[in-house]
Design a protein around this ligand. Structure first.
Ligand SMILES: Nc1nc2c(c(=O)[nH]1)N[C@@H](CN(C=O)c1ccc(C(=O)N[C@@H](CCC(=O)O)C(=O)O)cc1)CN2
Length: 373
């Protein structure tokens, strides 16, 4: 099956760092939200595959292969229930942790972190994300600065604003909301953000460092950082696991794959030209999907007990919803949750983590610039 790559047009989150395989992504102490209750305790593969789940609250799942030749013939004969990875709750915890650090910094050295956001054009979804970023800044005590430019602005205008923010000592983080209007050269604009303030982590130097062993990016893109943070906070092991990343966009898929590799996972990237995407994905202990195709990953793509991080945020028409649409992920949630051991919902999974990680990166930047630990 061919996958569609729609990095720029996905209404999705895009997004992480670690200096060693075990390093935490955040630069302040954070807590795990709960023990991961659904760990597979054993596996027995034959015509009938069974796995036990360590927490008695979760029913034992029996998955029967009706025909070993056809993976789509997998039947769940007893209702299983994956742990729901609650991104909304983790994001709230992170906002609280960031707020505590910001007030400590303000008390000790009188510095308040500042974030500058540049929005070009009139996409409604982008305007909503920018508004939510401002609200999140307000809630933790970060000063925010916003520039809104018309759809037909020039690249030069955008770059001029970036240059001013690069030179402004009250600004510690700069981001340009994506996607940009089609006539603009995204590369040229993102390259203009100075690397010390690149809280989105989209500068090619940051990405290059992320890809290299022994090098540290200044910042890790917020969405992939959020994905790994969710795995850490739910105590989900990554080291030595097989991970499949679906999608290879610059802002999610590619950095997510680098991050998983830095955490010592064995990583495969599945993309629009991949043959046998379904079989490859079915080998994975951890799936991160960021492809922007509603419900593309079916239950049959998922190995029993796998952990699923769904980055896709796709609107699908629904007259019953006040907005006229509802949001679904790349993963067919109703099918996958019966096979997986843990899964992020959409909405309320990775999405809220993107903004929480942005706040965390902005705090990190201000601490670094002012040599505050
Ligand atoms: N400069 C950037 N542009 C874009 C990024 C980014 O990280 N930096 N990511 C996405 C959009 N995005 C933030 O910018 C973003 C997307 C979604 C959410 C979110 O919280 N989603 C909610 C649902 C929201 C809804 O109901 O509409 C959820 O999943 O629960 C936050 C941020 C592309 N552009």
């Amino acid at each position: 099956m061919a996958l569609m790559e729609t990095a720029a047009s996905m209404i999705f989150t895009d997004y992480s760092s670690s200096s060693s395989s075990t390093a935490r992504l955040l630069h302040f102490t954070s807590s795990r939200v709960q023990k991961f209750p659904n760990t597979i305790s054993h596996f027995r593969r034959s015509n009938t595959l069974k796995f036990g789940i360590s927490n008695p609250k979760f029913p034992r799942t029996i998955i029967t292969y009706c025909s070993s030749a056809s993976p789509s013939a997998v039947q769940v004969t007893e209702e299983a229930s994956a742990t729901i990875i609650d991104g909304k709750r983790v994001a709230k915890d992170i906002r609280e942790e960031v707020a505590v650090e910001i007030s400590r910094m303000k008390d000790k050295i009188g510095i308040v972190p500042g974030l500058a956001v540049i929005l070009v054009g009139d996409r409604k979804d982008s305007a909503t994300y920018v508004r939510n970023k401002k609200k999140a800044c307000d809630s933790v005590g970060i000063n925010s600065y916003e520039v809104r430019l018309a759809e037909d602005s020039t690249e030069e205008e955008v770059v001029n604003h970036i240059s001013k923010f690069n030179d402004d000592p009250s600004v510690h983080g700069i981001l340009v909301q994506l996607p940009l209007p089609r006539h603009m050269d995204e590369e040229k604009i993102l390259d203009a953000v100075c690397i010390e303030k690149d809280v989105d982590g989209f500068h090619p130097e940051n990405m290059g460092r992320l890809a290299m062993r022994g090098r540290e990016p200044s910042f890790v893109p917020c969405t992939p950082k959020g994905c790994i943070e969710l795995l850490h906070r739910y105590d989900i092991p990554i080291k030595g696991k097989r991970a499949v990343v679906i999608g290879r966009s610059n802002i999610v898929g590619t950095p997510a794959a680098f991050l998983l590799q830095r955490e010592d996972a064995t990583v495969t990237v599945v993309h629009s030209r991949t043959e046998n995407a379904e079989e490859i994905t079915r080998e994975a202990d951890i799936i991160i999907s960021a492809v922007g195709q509603p419900n593309m990953v079916r239950g049959s793509w998922v190995k029993p007990g796998a952990v699923i991080i769904d980055v896709g945020i796709n609107p699908v028409e629904d007259p019953d919803c006040t907005r006229g649409y509802r949001l679904v992920g790349d993963i067919c949630y109703e099918e996958a949750r019966k096979v997986a051991s843990a899964i992020t919902p959409v909405p309320g999974g990775v999405g809220p983590m993107t903004i929480a990680m942005l706040l965390s990166n902005t705090l990190l930047s201000a601490k670094r610039i002012h040599n505050f630990s």
